[in-house]
Design a protein. Structure first.
Length: 392
């Protein structure tokens, strides 16, 4: 059989220990460093589905960014109703605006790439769909520029050609070493995520094996012999597994006899400060995503004076830059279908987290008597008044 080499016969295991370390029955080893894989699927599994800090960071950014109000401007006016706004409000039959944008931003955070498919024949798309980044592949041409996108589900593949009004909008983060794919915050936080997950597994192992401290049992017989017989070794291992491992045996004292002695090895959890290490790793994960640790409830962070200041910094430094960049890219893409010079962007006047800054700015502009109404509106990011409107 192909997998016969994986099988191990009991005859291959020696009955007695022949090593020079025979007197020592070790229950602790240093191990080796094992980092998780860095591909999109593995990072999503370990950093999002398997890590509470990564999960919360992605959810916070995606939900907050998707909730930012959007405005559509063009030709010197702001549109209250427009086919583009209707398309963004209801991109497809299965998703509304919030679900669509949340999926779009989450894909960008998890993989560094986000793909939007336009459905329709001519003119403005009838529907927009967010495609999974791990299923999409960029097909480069002879000159290195993408000529197509290939979407794979199992053995089935669909090719989107890049010509004319492209049916795929590719939004990607900056990557210094890749010409076609973006860089995900999960990749920058991968080491910290591994440390955080390892610390969590260590804590879980302590709960499951609370009565088995790290150390070794040393045997020295009455007549100087330094090794156990096979029966004595099997009995010792059986007693350790039955009476000194598992949460139900936590705190149970160990009774040693017949020349056995316990020698502690390694550091205790308090010496290794696993909790501080775990909190430091959590702060590094939050730092990679641009989420103030205070908003995640991570102790030990005193960067911001209060929660409101941290929330304002979160919107200014993380949420709004991402929303501005993504909506600008989608505006440029949709212009190829509609033929209109339109700009879709966040409406800063409707973001609650920036209300204090907005009030202060309005007061400063209102107090500037040397500015005209048109100049004040321009400073505030408002469209110009139509002809004949009262500008007093």
């Amino acid at each position: 059989m192909v997998f016969d080499f994986l099988k191990r016969s009991s005859a291959d295991v020696p009955e007695q220990k022949a090593s020079a370390a025979g007197p020592v029955v070790a229950y602790h080893s240093a191990g080796r460093v094992a980092w998780s894989a860095r591909d999109t699927v593995s990072l999503t599994r370990t950093g999002f589905a398997g890590n509470p800090v990564g999960f919360r960071c992605v959810k916070m950014i995606a939900e907050a960014t998707a909730a930012v109000p959007l405005v559509l401007e063009g030709m010197g006016q702001r549109f209250e109703r427009h086919p583009v706004m209707s398309l963004v409000t209801r991109p497809n039959l299965a998703q509304g605006r919030a679900e669509f944008l949340e999926a779009l931003y989450a894909q960008l955070l998890l993989s560094g790439d986000a793909y939007v498919e336009a459905v329709g024949e001519d003119g403005l798309p009838l529907e927009l769909h967010v495609l999974r980044s791990d299923r999409m592949r960029v097909v480069p041409g002879a000159d290195g520029w993408p000529v197509a996108y290939e979407y794979s589900v199992g053995a089935r593949k669909h090719r989107f050609d890049v010509r004319g009004a492209a049916r795929i909008c590719h939004i990607r983060n900056f990557h210094p070493q890749d010409d076609h794919y973006g860089f995900s915050p999960l990749q920058a936080a991968a080491t910290a995520i591994d440390v955080h997950n390892a610390a969590s597994r260590w804590s879980k192992a302590l709960l499951d094996n609370a009565a088995r401290p790290s150390g070794a049992i040393v045997y020295k017989g009455a007549e100087g012999q330094g090794s156990l017989t096979s029966d004595q070794y099997d009995r010792l291992v059986g007693e350790m597994e039955a009476h000194h491992q598992g949460a139900r045996n936590a705190g149970r004292p160990m009774l040693l006899e017949g020349g056995l002695d316990w020698k502690p090895m390694g550091f205790s959890p308090s010496d290794m400060e696993f909790q501080k290490t775990k909190e430091a790793a959590a702060r590094e994960v939050a730092l990679a995503f641009g989420v103030p640790p205070m908003l995640l409830g991570i102790p030990g962070d005193a960067t911001y004076a209060n929660y409101q200041e941290a929330n304002r910094a979160f919107f200014r430094l993380t949420v709004l830059p991402m929303a501005t960049r993504v909506t600008a890219r989608m505006s440029e893409w949709l212009q190829g279908f509609s033929g209109e010079n339109l700009t879709l962007k966040p409406d800063l006047d409707q973001v609650p987290a920036l209300s204090a800054e907005r009030d202060a700015q309005w007061q400063r502009v209102q107090a500037a008597d040397f500015l005209t109404v048109a100049e004040k509106r321009q400073l505030l990011g408002l469209p110009a008044l139509s002809e004949g409107a009262d500008d007093g």
